[in-house]
Design a protein around this ligand. Structure first.
Ligand code: DGY
Length: 310
């Protein structure tokens, strides 16, 4: 039997991460709970993605787990209290993906407002010579509301400020020192803005915070952009609002049950869909992957983490 510490890889890892990890660790990809039982006692570390986290049944099956290295910044799918109680250390890839995720919020806003995807389909279908396309919407002079004003929310505001658009934000737990307009709650932000961008953390506090009330406040000319977590939005309510054109459109990178998303989204022409790609650039995924590996190596070298959360 190998004397190397066992690492469970919950999400697929990039080849360079595998190569680096295999030098010091015995790697076990997660397949099924039954399979996990065969090698569970040997597992001392986990690598996982922000969207996958560590399901309770996996954490509970690993009596010798010491460290979780998350390939992302979200910890909403990890029971941090339980990790603390069991003295399991947790690291994320904080500060690696802020810029790319903020870029994706702007890309989605522009793509849905300027109707880029429908235009692309129209041109490819050879329809250009035969029929006009519906007009799209201007960004200029529109108001953008950002819900959640941590690193990513602030990076979005910085980008939006380069356009001739107004910015306001709502943040539930802190009011950062910024020049941007602050709205006291989500509903007043939705009433004020033309585009509502979600940049809040996932988890119980933000679950279904986009409900019928908020979409009604956003109104029929309003757009919703979500680069946060699918759980933040009541999807059935959003689907109805999009279908009935009670809001103008949506740009969505994340979904409730991703990757098995509700097929009702596929028929909507006022919605742009992404497969949770906000941080998925070569540059950022390379930086993230290296940090995931470096955290595991640091932990098993001298008990430290480079970017700890617990
Ligand atoms: C995160 O950082 O948690 C992302 O959602 C993973 O890509």
């Amino acid at each position: 039997m190998s004397s190397k510490p066992g690492i469970l890889t919950i999400d697929p890892i990039l080849p360079f991460m595998r190569e680096r990890l295999e030098q010091s660790f015995e790697l076990h990809p997660y397949t099924t709970p039954e399979d996990l039982q065969r090698f569970a006692p040997r597992i001392r570390g986990i690598t996982t993605g922000g969207a996958s986290g560590v399901p309770a049944e996996i954490m509970n099956a690993l009596p010798n787990l010491e460290v979780i290295s998350v390939n992302g910044v979200g910890t909403d799918r990890i029971d941090l209290q339980e990790a603390k109680r069991r003295n399991i250390r947790v690291a994320t890839t904080q500060n690696t993906l802020t810029e790319d995720v903020a870029d994706m919020a702007v890309v989605l806003m522009m793509t849905v407002m300027r109707d880029v995807v429908n235009n692309d389909r129209f041109v490819r279908a050879g329809s250009w010579p035969h029929s006009p396309l519906p007009l799209s919407r201007s960004l200029t002079k529109k108001r953008v509301g950002i819900a959640g004003f941590g690193h990513i929310g602030q990076a979005i505001a910085k980008r939006i400020s380069a356009f001739d658009m107004e910015v306001a934000y709502f943040n539930s737990h802190a009011k950062p020192d910024t020049p941007y307009r602050f709205e006291p709650d989500l509903k007043s932000l939705a009433e004020w803005c033309d585009v509502l961008i979600l940049a809040v953390s996932g988890g119980a506090r933000s679950a279904n915070m986009i409900n019928n009330d908020i979409l009604t406040a956003l109104g029929k000319d309003g757009f919703l952009i979500n680069i946060a977590r699918g759980t933040v939005v009541d999807e059935n309510v959003l689907l109805e609002a999009l279908k009935e054109k009670r809001i103008a459109g949506a740009g969505l990178d994340v979904f409730q049950n991703e990757p098995d998303i509700n097929p009702a989204f596929f028929a909507l022409t006022n919605t742009v869909l992404q497969a949770h790609q906000a941080s998925a650039t070569i540059e950022t995924r390379t930086a993230m992957g290296n940090l995931v590996v470096n955290n595991v190596i640091a932990y098993f070298t001298d008990g430290t983490l480079l970017t700890p959360v617990v």
